[in-house]
Design a protein around this ligand. Structure first.
Ligand SMILES: *Cc1c(COP(=O)(O)O)cnc(C)c1O
Length: 453
């Protein structure tokens, strides 16, 4: 089930790495001995079996999947050295790799002269973006939609920046009319545009937000942690396509290589359109930067120690799968989206289910039909469990009833939110498995809904 074939390459490339240090005097490596290693690692493998099978196409729940083999191996290779990208002293090669890989990401948005780096994840990346926003516009409000990632409200609290959320429309996107009214009051510093919400993959209407910026002069931060790579795809709907095509006009961008970029966790990325933002990071460390006058990434990042291995993994992945339209990487994203559209099509035609809106990226939300919203919520959880018993893993989400309004019919609105089922079709293989997924979902629904009648 797991990809073990690529492991065969590993000792070969590790030997290649080793050759680079051949001229050093020999010394005795610390090794606990094979027997003790084997014992502990066998125990580790056993513990790790207690996981949902994120690597399998029948895991179609949260936004989880293993990294690409090239990322996993490049990361492991770097681990034999464990470079630290805080300073060039700690990670010379991997700092250069980080700069190259990040420049390729910025290139997706047409940025050449920018400031950016990798960080621990989307949360850290958004923290840096909002920190810069707060430094440049002290005391001004941060706005994000009510479906924006909860991290924005929390980060604003950490940074002591005033935060307000803006209502969403019936498709989970920031309501531009509500935003227009709010920014008209004049105390708004930054608007966070979510390019693919974490719950439903809804894309905020960036062109309209940009038009409001032209009038009112606030900053725009594009939180493209989830949806940023879809700029490379060619099968989005019209609205999402128009929005992601203009991400490059934002003042800052966050994208998560550890979501759609095939990387292991611990890889987020923040980009600033104006490289001048770098001056805000200025610090005087008495002990860090000795090796050169060249830029150390620790001079433009809030985190100090950072894994050089993450940069090696990203660099290798982008070398194998360049970030270009029509390429293999973009094709993988397009297949996930096609899988979502195919599953959505089946759900919409089926009388047992109600759907919300058509997916904008690769996330589908749906619920069983019931006489009340509370009833549908109970049944969602039961179907979730029935599917898991068949090895089909979905997720449950709590979403505003408003998103379902068109399809709820006479169901009693006895709750403000509906606990629904959610499927993130993040793996290209999902497309080949849509019929299998549907078959298992369908029999799970029969088990639960049949019992109801
Ligand atoms: C995942 C996500 C985040 C948080 O990123 P982490 O990598 O989980 O820290 C922020 N915003 C959006 C839109 C996301 O999808």
């Amino acid at each position: 089930m797991l990809d073990l074939e690529s492991l065969r390459l590993f000792s070969e490339v590790a030997r290649k790495l080793d050759n680079g240090f051949r001229r050093l005097p020999a010394f005795q490596n610390q090794s606990p001995g094979m027997a003790r290693l084997a014992e502990v690692l066998n125990a580790t493998a056993e513990r790790l079996q207690d996981n949902y099978p994120y690597f399998h196409p029948l895991y179609a729940g949260q936004m989880l999947k293993p990294p690409h083999p090239v990322a996993r191996l490049a990361y492991a290779l770097a681990m034999w050295i464990n470079p630290n990208n805080h300073a060039l002293d700690g990670g010379r090669a991997t700092s250069a790799m980080e700069k190259e890989a990040v420049a390729e990401i910025a290139g997706m948005y047409g940025w050449k002269n920018f400031l950016g780096h990798l960080c621990g994840g989307g949360t850290m990346a958004n923290l840096e973006a909002l920190w810069v926003a707060g430094q440049l516009l002290p005391g001004k409000k941060i706005l994000a939609s009510e479906q924006a990632h909860y991290t924005h409200g929390r980060i604003s609290g950490v940074l002591q920046l005033p935060f307000e959320s803006v209502p969403c429309d019936a498709r989970g996107r920031m309501d531009v009319n509500a935003l227009a009214k709010r920014v008209g009051r004049g105390d708004v510093g930054t608007v966070v545009a979510t390019m693919g919400t974490t719950a439903t993959g809804s894309v905020d209407p960036l062109p309209e937000i940009l038009a409001l910026r032209a009038k009112h002069g606030f900053r725009i931060h594009a939180d493209a942690a989830y949806g940023g790579y879809f700029v490379l795809t060619e099968n989005l709907g019209e609205d999402a396509e128009r929005a992601v095509a203009r991400i490059g006009e934002a003042d800052s961008i966050v994208i998560d290589p550890h979501k759609h970029g095939l990387q292991p966790y611990g890889c987020g990325c923040v980009l600033f359109r104006d490289p001048e933002a770098g001056r805000l990071y200025k610090h005087d460390s008495p002990y860090t930067y000795f090796s050169s006058a060249e830029l150390h990434l620790g001079e433009i990042s809030l985190e100090c120690s950072r894994p050089g291995a993450a940069a090696a993994a990203l660099w290798a992945t982008q070398r194998l799968l360049p970030l270009e339209k029509g390429g293999e990487f973009a094709g993988g994203l397009e297949r996930g989206r096609k899988a979502a559209l195919a599953l959505f099509g089946k759900l919409r035609e089926d009388v047992r289910f109600v759907t919300a809106f058509s997916p904008e990226l690769d996330i589908v939300v749906f619920a069983p039909k019931a006489t009340s919203v509370s009833g549908a919520s109970v049944l969602s959880r039961k179907i979730f469990e029935a599917a898991a018993r068949r090895d089909l893993h979905l997720a449950v989400a709590e979403l505003p009833v408003r998103f379902w309004e068109e399809n709820l019919g006479a169901a009693k609105r006895d709750r403000e939110t509906i606990a629904c089922l959610r499927s993130v079709l993040i793996k290209p293989e999902h497309f080949d498995w849509v019929d299998r997924i549907w078959g298992l979902l369908s029999s799970s629904a029969d088990e639960i809904l049949g019992a109801r009648n």
